[in-house]
Design a protein around this ligand. Structure first.
Ligand code: VLP
Length: 134
């Protein structure tokens, strides 16, 4: 049985989100707002099908995918760059690779205890976030 990421998760801490946003070319005014946000994630996992809704007071983002199936991601409301995206399992970690204009772009989710981890990468920057169940 794979890990079940399903549930509602609230951000409790975030490290180097600023560096990640800079690597994505997010402008100063947007970064200033975005760094104060405490997003909530609602993850639905059914077999190999996932949806992740990230909601904040400022912007929200929705993505859905099947493990191993490449799709076109629009990153609407984020940096708006289109990527060829694929998500796979690495043991109990969910690993997303976002191929496009930015090198080394992607994210990894895993669970430790009752906490959901998210590592966001872009170029040389790594942002680590921790979420707790709502
Ligand atoms: C853009 C970069 C902040 C900052 C401006 C808007 C959405 C894994 C994955 C599923 C993500 C989240 C990426 C956040 C990039 C912000 C608006 C913040 C709220 O999540 O769970 O999409 O990639």
């Amino acid at each position: 049985m794979p890990v079940d990421f399903s549930g509602t998760w609230n951000l409790v801490c975030s490290d180097n989100f600023e560096g990640y946003m800079l690597a994505l070319g997010i402008d100063f005014a947007t970064r200033k707002i975005a760094k104060r946000l405490k997003p909530q994630k609602v993850i639905e996992q059914e077999g190999d099908s996932f949806s992740i809704q990230t909601t904040s007071a400022f912007r929200s983002y929705f993505v859905q995918f099947k493990i191993g199936e490449e799709f076109e991601e629009d990153n609407k409301g984020l940096d708006h760059r289109k990527c060829k995206t694929v998500v796979t399992w690495d043991n109990d970690k969910l690993v997303c690779v976002q191929t496009g204009d930015k090198k080394n772009r992607g994210w990894t989710h895993w669970i430790e205890g009752d906490q959901l981890y998210l590592e966001l990468c872009c170029e040389e920057q790594v942002c680590t976030q921790i979420y707790k169940r709502a």
